[in-house]
Design a protein around this ligand. Structure first.
Ligand code: BES
Ligand code: MN
Ligand code: ZN
Length: 493
């Protein structure tokens, strides 16, 4: 999908397009005539009047084949009172489009953006985000699916003009984001019998082949064993699928410049292991590699964008299964850092693969290190699906990530990482245990990871809630890719 920002008066020159015109209560005329032209607008307004459509909030009307109208389909989106249109209101209105637009198999879509209590840029960006979400389909395993015309172009046209420079920046950003998001969503939605640790190896190799600034480096089990990644390998022991550690380097500036390092949890299925999960909802554990999917998508996005920074992405990819050879509660593992861990729960596996990946990451001399993981159910209990949980050893980094999340409409919320929360992880037989009792789960997990970070500025994003939603199935969101990309764009300046 190609995204273009255009002035309203030029919209009528786009052929074979559907247009979305947002209207405020009792002021249906203004945008309508600037987009449709006077003659078609007159006909349209007459129809709307007949149908008693006045632009009330949460109402929709569409008109087809209007006389003298440059568009095949015109969709009116009621927004209610002008003064009351918040950013959230605009987002909700855009979400409501999906039911109608999904049925029409729209090829070219024009969305007019209203003025509201938000900047033109935010309004445009929300329209881009919503369209990327509503037009995403995961049909690889639907044998009866007839691929119709997919949305090929989105044109966004703001009521209040923005500069050409701003328009170009939005286009470059969202065209890059669209690429990475579709990779991240496809990976995350992939069922675990198709999306295995090996899939990440193939994805890494394909990125390196397609982009000259990207190189891939893969460690297999013997290599990881030789290095001493005892925690990562323990998690993988019960699986028939071999584990891999995939590293991707994107070189956007001089080779000696310190890289931004991102680590993504890649558990392709999480049964819980011997500490077996209960059955209801276990199918959602296909998404337990959403962190890995998001950071791989990040590489695609920045490579497409040609970002001027060095970025390294590390994906520990394993499957957590139940087997005679599986690791057990009570086992003591030696991590790559040399520290030992008493396993309390084999279901707290994410932190075990991440701790070795974090130690490994330090060899790249990171400027900052950010891990992204569907790490705890507690993240969902705490923040729901609205925000990623953010924990960091650096208040500057935490502030930058929070701001980036707000700007990208991909929110993160900071949680404390005080030493007060370390106690539940004390072990009597090893240096630490991998899970605490009666402890705040999301924070305790971050406290565990903290033991493996030296003085590098580091942040942990728990994306168990934000990276997918329950209910509809195939519901990966690609988050927190928009946040991470926005953060890097801010660092580039
Ligand atoms: N992958 C899960 C976390 C999760 C749960 C993600 C629900 C998405 C939806 C993780 O590996 C896990 O099992 N965490 C445990 C940790 C506990 C054993 C300390 C949890 O949250 O229950
Ligand atoms: Mn688990
Ligand atoms: Zn897990």
């Amino acid at each position: 999908m190609q995204i273009t920002v255009i002035p309203p008066l030029t919209a009528h020159s786009i052929c074979n397009a559907t247009v979305v015109i947002p209207v405020f209560e009792n002021s249906t005329g203004t945008l309508t005539s600037s987009i449709l032209g006077d003659e078609a607008a007159k006909a349209a307004l007459a129809c709307l009047k007949k149908e008693d459509f006045s632009g009330t909030k949460n109402t929709l009307r569409y008109l087809i084949d209007l006389p003298a109208c440059p568009f095949s389909h015109v969709l009116f989106l009621g927004l209610g009172e002008k003064q009351a249109l918040t950013e959230y209101g605009w987002k909700k209105a855009l979400d409501s489009l999906s039911t109608v637009l999904g049925q029409w198999k729209v090829e070219n879509l024009v969305i007019a953006v209203p003025d509201g209590a938000f900047s033109s840029i935010s309004g445009i960006e929300l329209a881009c985000m919503a369209t990327m979400d509503t037009h995403y389909q995961f049909t690889r395993y639907k044998t009866q699916f007839q691929p119709g015309k997919a949305l090929s172009r989105l044109y966004v046209t703001p009521a209040t003009a923005i500069s050409e420079k701003q328009a170009n920046a939005i286009e470059a950003k969202f065209n890059a984001l669209a690429k990475g998001l579709s990779l991240a969503k496809d990976l995350a939605n992939g069922p675990s019998n198709y999306c295995t640790p090996q899939t990440f190896v193939h994805t890494a190799q394909s990125l390196a082949e397609r982009y000259s600034r990207v190189t891939a480096h893969i460690l297999d089990e013997p290599a990881m064993k030789a290095m001493g990644m005892g925690a990562l390998l323990a998690v993988s022991k019960g699986s028939e699928q071999p584990a891999f550690l995939c590293t991707l380097h994107y070189q956007g500036t001089t080779a000696t410049t310190q890289p931004y390092v991102f680590i993504g949890k890649g558990v392709t299925f999480d049964t819980g292991g011997i500490t077996l999960k209960h059955a209801p909802g276990m199918q959602n554990m296909i998404y337990d590699m959403a962190g890995a999917a998001a950071v791989m998508g990040l590489i695609e996005t920045i490579a497409h964008y040609n970002l001027n920074l060095n970025v390294t992405v590390i994906v520990p990819a394993v499957e957590n299964m139940v087997d005679g050879n599986a690791y057990r509660p009570g086992d003591v593992l030696t991590t790559l850092s040399g520290q030992t861990v008493e396993v309390i729960s084999t279901d707290a596996e994410g932190r075990l693969i991440l701790c070795d990946a974090i130690t490994y990451a330090s060899r790249f001399n990171p400027k900052v290190m950010i891990d992204v993981a569907t790490l705890t159910g507690a993240a969902i209990t705490t923040l729901g699906h609205a925000a990623s949980g953010l924990m960091s050893n650096s208040s500057t980094l935490a502030a930058s990530l929070t701001q980036a999340g707000d700007a990208a409409h991909d929110k993160a919320w900071e949680m404390p990482l005080w030493d007060d929360y370390d106690a539940p992880l004390e072990s009597t037989c090893a240096d630490m245990r991998n899970a605490g009792n009666n402890a705040p789960g999301m924070i305790t997990a971050a406290c565990f990871l903290k033991q493996f970070v030296s003085d590098t500025p580091w942040a942990h994003l728990d994306v168990a809630g934000s990276s997918f939603t329950y209910g509809k199935g195939n519901s990966a969101t690609g988050r927190p890719l928009p946040l991470l990309f926005q953060y890097l764009l801010g660092e580039e300046e």
